[in-house]
Design a binder for this molecule. Sequence first.
Ligand SMILES: C[S@@+](CC[C@H](N)C(=O)[O-])C[C@H]1O[C@@H](n2cnc3c(N)ncnc32)[C@H](O)[C@@H]1O
Length: 273
Amino acid sequence: MSDPARSDPDAVREQYRDASNLDARFQLHERFSTNRYGWHPWVFDQLDLTPGRRVLEVGAGPGYLWQKNRARLPASCELVLSDLSLGMVGEARRILNADHRFRFAVADAQRLPFENSTFDAVIANHMLYHVPDRESALAEIRRVLRPGGRLYAATVGRNHLRELSALVTRFAPDWVSWAAAEGDPEAFVLENGADQVGRWFPRVELRRYEDELVVTEAGPLVAYVLSGSARSALDDERTRALAEYVSHEIARRGALRVTKDSGLFVAWQDAER
Ligand SMILES: C[S@@+](CC[C@H](N)C(=O)[O-])C[C@H]1O[C@@H](n2cnc3c(N)ncnc32)[C@H](O)[C@@H]1O
């Protein structure tokens, strides 16, 4: 789930003030992804969550990963769901608070308020690309992991949603597309993430999740577009034109197909420090 305003701190704060923008994007993926297994169950499959594990999620948002997988979580695991946004943490707490395994924290991944070697695993699901000082975040994640602990860091590839980006550019030519942001060598994408994570962790592995969007309704696709920074480049007239075009194309072709490219870096901390 990407947004063009990648690592501009003000834009990121505004974008994630609460869960509404993220929900619009989540809905499109939920309804129109061809891989019916689902991203969140797949991410859970990759985690080594045996009983007693202590887990930190940074940039956890409203806790989608746990809303989807709570029933599979061993009873004795302890999880801290953290996010920079008070609104996101409030939403995660509202949904998961009754479950004694979860605690919640407002925290910036660049300055984690936890002791050294506290966690067996840290999860950073589609969030490191928003962090301006990623080196600090990776150093902090490494610091709070115990020796032998693991980082799970998900991100997107440079081709992720490329058709959607082209579509928006057609109606808002002055919009700086996220494809441009992903072309930035400083971005955190599947193509360069292993190098970045590898500076802090001795072993890194990339696992890809195969998927695609086949969208058969204009409304959720337009809502997705308006949930991100393209909103400021689309006035009412442009939005109407975009919606009409999408409806017309869906009627003509049966569906709009959109490339997805997401994956997970699994990184191992040294067994001894
Ligand atoms: C794309 S959302 C992903 C949410 C969740 N991990 C998921 O996959 O559903 C990115 C999240 O990262 C958070 N975030 C952005 N910068 C952050 C930072 N420096 N430290 C902690 N969280 C941050 C945002 O508030 C937002 O909730």
